[in-house]
Write a protein that binds this ligand. Structure first.
Ligand code: PMP
Length: 351
């Protein structure tokens, strides 16, 4: 064996959901938005010329950061943007989680957290969700090197009430608490209102779900200017030009189109609430979801078998072969028509 083999970095990478590209498939496996992004995106897109790619982009992403700050009534110094919230979260791990004490996150959660923890050599403790797949806030009142959780949680879709997030913040004045709000726009209550009171709070959101731009890769963090500056310092020590020119312009245009955003989010919420009733009729169980997916299980049918049967029929959902959740399927909310096709199949499967 060559000696250099001893020095290769060995990691167990995060496994993203599959991205098949089949005609007529129904893709409900990676929580994408079934509707296109704002029409304003196309208008800006069309204005680009080949020459625009010649120059480096603005390393500060000023236009996009300002659009996000304006949308939420914040100062630009409170906003950090990155290549999807995965990039932003990875930067957060590097910037904020450098204590010798373990960071805390739920055992059933976004499976990228333990991957980053290992990559950046951060000690962590995965805290068990209760039997209803809810976070018990008291579990997060002990000593720690930081806290992170998605709200609503993924893949469960369960929301942690704002009052409980505040309790966690109150008990952890010396730790950074990150609320990963990838799915917050689908009916959850954002922790943004707690920003003024708690300087240890970081909120991370994405354009991938509620703003229909998973392919563009935009995520952002909001926090105190001190913490956001720390994030920028780490970013500029790693890669100055993370967002490209088109992304900055298009992201800013999408952010400004509030009416379109609200309309599509509302459609998804309506389809989700209708889907909950359909799942119930077919005997599925699930915890109440405030996201653009539902995490379902059936007492009489094996989730993996159903996952494979759906796949055979060009309907892609997500199955996790992990402790406590290996009889569940996470099903993204598609258009009403896509969900009707899903339920037609399920009705024939569940006799
Ligand atoms: N956080 C959570 C909880 C997620 O489910 C996802 C989507 N995989 C992300 C962050 C990252 O999304 P993106 O990088 O597309 O913003």
């Amino acid at each position: 064996m060559k000696e250099y083999m001893n020095y290769l970095r060995k990691v167990d990478p995060y496994v993203p959901g599959e991205q098949p590209n089949l005609p007529n498939m129904i893709k409900l496996n990676t929580n994408e938005n079934p509707y296109p992004p704002s029409p304003k995106v196309k208008e800006v897109w069309k204005q680009f010329s080949q020459n625009d790619l010649r120059l480096y982009p603005d390393p500060t992403s000023h236009k996009l950061n300002k659009a996000i700050a304006d949308y939420y009534g914040l100062d630009e110094s409170q906003v950090f943007t990155g290549v999807g919230s995965d990039d932003v979260l990875a930067m957060c791990f590097m910037t904020f989680f450098n204590s010798e004490k373990p960071i805390l996150f739920p055992d059933i959660t976004y499976s990228f957290y333990p991957v980053w923890a290992k990559l950046f050599d951060v000690k962590y403790e995965a805290i068990k969700l209760n039997e209803n797949f809810c976070i018990e806030k008291e579990d997060y009142f002990k000593e720690n090197g930081g806290i992170i959780f998605p709200n609503p949680n993924a893949p469960t879709g369960v929301e942690l009430p704002l009052s409980e997030i505040e309790e966690i913040l109150k008990h952890n004045p010396d730790s950074i608490v990150i609320a990963d709000e990838a799915y917050i726009d689908f009916g959850g209550q954002s922790a943004l209102s707690l920003l003024e009171k708690y300087d240890n709070l970081i909120i991370v959101q994405t354009f991938s779900k509620s703003r229909s731009m998973a392919g563009m890769r935009i995520g952002f963090a909001i926090g105190s200017p001190v913490l956001i500056k720390a994030l920028h310092d780490v970013k500029y020590s790693f890669n100055s030009y993370t967002l490209n020119r088109m992304t900055i312009e298009i992201g800013a245009a999408a952010m400004a189109d509030k009416a379109y955003f609200e309309e599509t989010v509302q459609k998804i919420i309506e389809t989700r609430e209708w889907s909950k009733k359909e799942f119930k009729k077919l005997g599925f169980n699930f915890f109440d979801s405030k996201s653009n997916f539902i995490f379902v299980t059936h007492p009489n049918y094996n989730a993996k078998d159903l996952f494979l049967a759906l796949r055979e029929n060009n309907i892609f959902v997500r199955y996790f072969n992990a402790d406590r959740i290996n009889n569940y399927l996470r099903i993204t909310i598609g258009t009403k028509k896509e969900m009707e096709t899903l339920f037609d199949f399920l009705k024939s499967y569940i006799k």
